[in-house]
Write a protein that binds this ligand. Structure first.
Ligand SMILES: Nc1nc2c(ncn2[C@@H]2O[C@H](COP(=O)(O)OP(=O)(O)OP(=O)(O)O)[C@@H](O)[C@H]2O)c(=O)[nH]1
Ligand SMILES: [Mg+2]
Length: 331
C-alpha cells in the first residue's frame, strides 16, 4: 500500500489535503511538525494486518524520519547561496527558502525543490493563437535592446512553425538599419518589407491573403513607436481582415533596474501583452529583471540568450526561468 506525504500550514490543512488526495478512507500513519507547518504520512486505507501496518510505519519513518533540522539548514543554505548569486531580493530568497524547508520531507534535492517553487514564481505568457485570426507581433524597446535581433528570430520561428510570415521594419532612418533587416530576413528565410508607417501592415494583410503573421520591428524611440502602434491599431480596426496585435516589450537583462523601470513607464500606455527578456547570456544577476516583471505582472514570453538568430531564442516557461535563476543560464 503506498504511503504519501502531504503538507499543510497546520494539522487541519494537512488532513484536508490528505482527504483530497486519497479520499475519505485515508489514514494518518505518522506526523511531523516543520517550521512552516505540518507534514503527515498517509495511506489510502486501514491496513488489514499487523504486518501491513508495520510496513506502512516503516515507509512513513523513511519518508518523514530525516534529520530535519540539519537537512533544513544545509538545504536552504545552498538555495540561499544560489539566489544570492542571482541577485534575488530578500523577499524572494526568504519565500523560496521557507517553501523548500517545508518540503524537505519529500526527499527531493533542495535545489530541485527550489526550482519547482521558482517555476511558479514568475508570470509566463500564454500567447494563444485564435483560429483563423492573423497575428502581428510588434516589438517595442529602447535603442539597442535587441529588437531587430529578436524580430528576426521570432519571424524565423513563426515561419518554421508553418505560418507565412513577413518581417516589417519601420526603422528606416538609422544608418545601417535597412541593411541589417535585409540581412536578417535573408538569414531566416523571411521576406522583409520596409514601411514608413506601421499602419501599412493592415494593407499588407489585405493585399496578401496567404500572409499569416507579421513581426514588426520598431525604431527604439518610444514616443514615436507608441504613436505608430496607435496608427496600426486604428488601421486594423478598420480592416476586413481579422488580426490580433500582440505588443511585446524588449527588456535587456543587462540594463539597470532604473533604465528598465523608465522604459516600462514610457510604454505604459501601449499596454504590453508580454516581454521578451534579451541578453540573458550577458547578465550574471538574472533575478532583478524577472522580479520586476513579476511586480508589474508582466508575463515573460521569450528569452533571448545570444546573438545567433537560429539558436538563441527560447519560449519562456516556468522551468526555464527557474533554471536561469538557479543555474545562471537558460537550459
Ligand atoms: N549577447 C547578446 N547580444 C544580443 C542579444 N540580442 C541582441 N544582441 C546584440 O545587441 C546588439 C543590438 O541588437 P539589435 O537587435 O540591433 O537591437 P535593436 O533594439 O534593434 O537596436 P536599435 O535598432 O539600434 O534600436 C547587437 O549587437 C545584437 O547582436 C542577446 O540576446 N544576447
Ligand atoms: Mg533595430
Amino acid at each position: 500500500m503506498p504511503v504519501l506525504t502531504v503538507k499543510g500550514t497546520n494539522v487541519r490543512e494537512a488532513l484536508l489535503h490528505a482527504r483530497q488526495a486519497l479520499g475519505d478512507h485515508a489514514v494518518v500513519v505518522s506526523r511531523m511538525d516543520t517550521p512552516s507547518g505540518t507534514v503527515i504520512a498517509v495511506a489510502p486505507e486501514v491496513p488489514r494486518s499487523p504486518q501491513a501496518l508495520e510496513a506502512l510505519r516503516h515507509e512513513a519513518r523513511r519518508l518523514l524520519g530525516r534529520p530535519q533540522a540539519h537537512a533544513s539548514q544545509v538545504g536552504t543554505r545552498e538555495v540561499e547561496r544560489c539566489l544570492g548569486r542571482a541577485g534575488a531580493s530578500r523577499q524572494l530568497t526568504e519565500r523560496t527558502c521557507e517553501a523548500v524547508a517545508g518540503r524537505l520531507a519529500e526527499g527531493l534535492h533542495p535545489l530541485d525543490l527550489a526550482a519547482e517553487e521558482l517555476s511558479v514564481a514568475f508570470p509566463v505568457a500564454q500567447l494563444k493563437r485564435r483560429r483563423g485570426v492573423k497575428t502581428v507581433l510588434a516589438l517595442v524597446g529602447t535603442a539597442g535592446a535587441g529588437k531587430s535581433t529578436t524580430a528576426a528570430k521570432l519571424a524565423g520561428r513563426m515561419q518554421a512553425a508553418g505560418r507565412t510570415t513577413a518581417l516589417v521594419t519601420i526603422d528606416l532612418d538609422r544608418p545601417g538599419a535597412r541593411a541589417q533587416a535585409a540581412t536578417n530576413g535573408r538569414t531566416m528565410g523571411v521576406p522583409v518589407a520596409p514601411a514608413r508607417e506601421a499602419s501599412r501592415v493592415a494593407r499588407l494583410f489585405e493585399a496578401e491573403p496567404s500572409l499569416d503573421c507579421v513581426v514588426l520591428d520598431m525604431t527604439g524611440r518610444p514616443e514615436h513607436d507608441l504613436e505608430q502602434l496607435e496608427g496600426l491599431r486604428a488601421a486594423l480596426l478598420q480592416s476586413p481582415v481579422e488580426v490580433d496585435l500582440v505588443v511585446l516589450g524588449v527588456l535587456p537583462m543587462t540594463s539597470s533596474r532604473r533604465a528598465q523601470e523608465r522604459f516600462l513607464g514610457q510604454v505604459a500606455t501601449a499596454s504590453l501583452d508580454a516581454v521578451v527578456v534579451t541578453k540573458t547570456d550577458e547578465c550574471d544577476v538574472p533575478a532583478p529583471t524577472l522580479e520586476l516583471c513579476s511586480e508589474r505582472r508582466l508575463p515573460v514570453a521569450f528569452l533571448s540568450n545570444g546573438r545567433d538568430l537560429g539558436k538563441n531564442l527560447r519560449r519562456a516557461t516556468g522551468e526555464a526561468l527557474a533554471d536561469l535563476i538557479l543555474r545562471g543560464r537558460v537550459a
